[in-house]
Write a protein that binds this ligand. Structure first.
Ligand code: FNR
Length: 388
């Protein structure tokens, strides 16, 4: 595959769709139930348009941004995505390397398929996303492991207290516990490049594919519960645990999945160092509004000192600029870089990041801005015509 023939994130999605078995592509693309939130995430960008300024001198453009004293090449990062190993052998490593090369943060998923210690080799500035069970002894053990692996930024996902209703996965027999069915077998046979290049390679390297961090955190066996899919103890996790966590964890603490302004306020009160406004890419509670739509009220609620980040549906430089204009510090992409990695591993993820960087740079110039601080809500209008 000639990567320079793929010009946009959507091109990568189409190429990934061809390469991946239907069940794996469905797992990545899908949302929950009627996929209202998944659609809302994209539609939210259409609700906002630009009012660009002309004749601003924009020959020296600066895309880099600073967060907690670190400088990132652009206001973009890679969101945590579990089970990425299904797309490609050691896909998490491809994503981590691509992020490192592009000088943007990569968040290791709590359900990644490569152990975090391996991802931390080569001196990377990875962040780590935890799915905490509501059990402090286990949480302490996770924290010890993170400290030993020199993780500095801990991201706690708060929108996943029970497993979501992913009907699209169940329809394709893609469920836990995994069982080989005729449908899956046929799916694999129809995608031989994936079956040989990913499935057999992983099987050869690791035995039955393990979800390294998940297993060590939650500890098998995960008990089956008809109402919840699988039970992880996360429905016992509460704000008290976050207060406890803040005392235990001296590194940066970020809460991911904040949608309500009151939760944003609480996050600031407990001493979080940042929040990520997110509806989990439309993969948890269906009907949750788009993060972009939730952003303005959250920005109004928290103090300027708290970095507010966001993810959900970002596919273009213009999408990123809309969030920056509304006050986001950093934007994360989940599926976009996964599609890149599915198509061509590290090189594919790198190409996706570089497409987004090029778009951002060009779009910022066309908007009349030389730096991110000039990208403000004064350059936006809602579709209904209201200015900010
Ligand atoms: C996710 N997401 C996610 N979030 C998280 O906190 N931990 C995780 O393990 C995962 N796993 C995961 C797997 C896959 C396949 C996807 C697509 C997403 C959510 C992710 O971090 C992020 O919130 C969304 O992906 C952002 O939306 P876009 O960019 O994918 O539209």
């Amino acid at each position: 595959m000639k990567l320079d023939r793929l010009l946009s994130v959507s091109d990568f999605e189409r190429a990934a769709k061809k390469f991946l078995p239907r069940c794996v592509y469905g797992y990545v693309r899908g949302g929950t139930e009627d996929e209202r939130s998944l659609r809302a995430n994209r539609q939210a960008f259409d609700e906002l348009g630009f009012l660009p300024r002309g004749l601003n001198v924009v020959d020296k453009r600066e895309l880099s941004t600073e967060l907690w004293g670190r400088r990132y090449a652009m206001p973009l990062g890679i969101a945590p995505t579990g089970l990425a190993g299904l797309l490609r052998h050691e896909c998490d490593l491809d994503l981590a390397r691509a992020a490192q090369q592009a000088r943007v943060p990569f968040i290791i998923s709590g359900s990644s398929s490569v152990p975090l210690e391996k991802l931390q080799e080569e001196d990377r500035d990875n962040w780590y996303q935890a799915y905490f069970p509501g059990d402090r002894a286990r949480m302490s053990r996770i924290l010890d492991r993170l400290r030993a692996a020199k993780i500095d930024v801990l991201v706690v996902t708060i929108d996943t207290c029970v497993a979501a209703n992913r009907e699209n996965n169940a329809r394709m027999d893609f469920i836990i516990p995994f069982r080989m069915t005729p449908r899956l077998l046929l799916d694999g046979m129809l995608h031989p490049r994936w079956s040989v290049g990913v499935f057999l390679k992983t099987l050869y390297a690791n035995g039955i594919p393990r979800f390294a961090n998940l297993y060590e955190e939650i500890g098998p066996p995960i008990t089956q519960e008809p109402a919840h899919g699988f039970r992880t103890g996360r429905d016992r996790l509460g704000w008290d645990d976050m207060v406890w966590l803040r005392e235990q964890w001296k590194g940066r603490l970020v809460l991911k999945g904040v949608m309500h302004p009151l939760d944003a306020e609480k996050a600031e009160q407990i001493g979080a160092d940042g929040i990520i406004v997110s509806n989990h890419g439309g993969r948890q509670l269906d009907g949750t509004i788009a993060p972009l739509a939730a952003l303005p009220a959250i920005i109004d609620t928290v103090s300027e000192r708290l970095p507010v980040m966001i993810d959900g549906g970002f596919r273009r430089g213009t999408d990123v600029l809309k969030a920056i204009a509304l006050g986001a510090k950093l934007v994360f992409v989940g599926r976009a870089t996964l599609y890149g990695a599915a198509v061509a591993g590290e090189a594919g993820a790198r190409r996706v990041l570089s497409i987004l960087a090029t778009e951002l740079d060009r779009d910022m110039a066309l908007l009349g801005c030389a730096s991110l601080s000039e990208v403000t809500a004064a350059l936006l209008k809602t579709r209904a015509g209201a200015a900010f």
